[in-house]
Design a protein around this ligand. Structure first.
Ligand SMILES: [Mg+2]
Length: 184
């Protein structure tokens, strides 16, 4: 018996996969938990190649990220937007696939102080992505690293996978339909 076979689960193919950014796709260069400046980021190992694989297989890719640092004056909207757009461009994620929430309920900058259902764990950004990419909840997966990410997925009614798992061999996510799928 092939022992590995017993661990194999059915993999799911998604039309739309939405990703968190910080500690899901990127980490800081400074070693801090959260970026101190807009350009304080670098790709995590293996992330970019997997995104390219998914893109090539025809999966629609999007980003949904809380950037509350703006609300506390760590960086400006224009600066973080430029960095996220550059990141998305490298990954092959379209400009329209970038969903960012700048608000925070306790923001020090008043104009960003808000209770907003776009801010995770609210489902707002995920719902916007599903609408824009015409994907149903069943066709959509959210990938993140924090409980608020898991909660946002639940609130939007979509599947969730932890980033570490998603980017490992053990992921339950299929990159493309098996070649014999037409035989079913
Ligand atoms: Mg994160």
């Amino acid at each position: 018996m092939n022992r590995r076979r017993s661990y194999k689960r059915r993999k799911t193919l998604y039309k739309l996969i939405i990703f968190d950014v910080d500690s899901t796709l990127t980490v800081t260069k400074s070693g801090a938990t959260f970026r101190k400046t807009a350009h304080d980021w670098q790709w995590m190992l293996g992330r970019l190649s997997k995104l390219h694989q998914l893109k090539q297989a025809g999966v629609r890719l999007a980003i949904a990220t809380n950037q509350g640092g703006v609300a506390f004056g760590y960086f400006e909207v224009a600066d973080i937007l430029r960095e996220l757009q550059a990141m998305a461009r490298i990954a092959g994620i379209p400009k329209g696939g970038l969903y960012i929430c700048y608000t925070h309920p306790k923001a020090s900058k008043e104009m960003f102080r808000a209770v907003d259902n776009r801010r995770k764990p609210g489902p707002g950004m995920l719902l916007e992505a599903m609408r824009d990419f015409e994907a149903s909840p069943e066709e959509t997966l959210y990938v993140g690293d924090l409980p608020e990410d898991e909660e946002a997925a639940k609130n939007a009614g979509v599947a969730f996978e932890w980033a570490d798992k998603f980017f490992s061999e053990d992921s339950h996510v299929a990159i493309q339909a098996p070649s014999d799928s037409s035989a079913k």
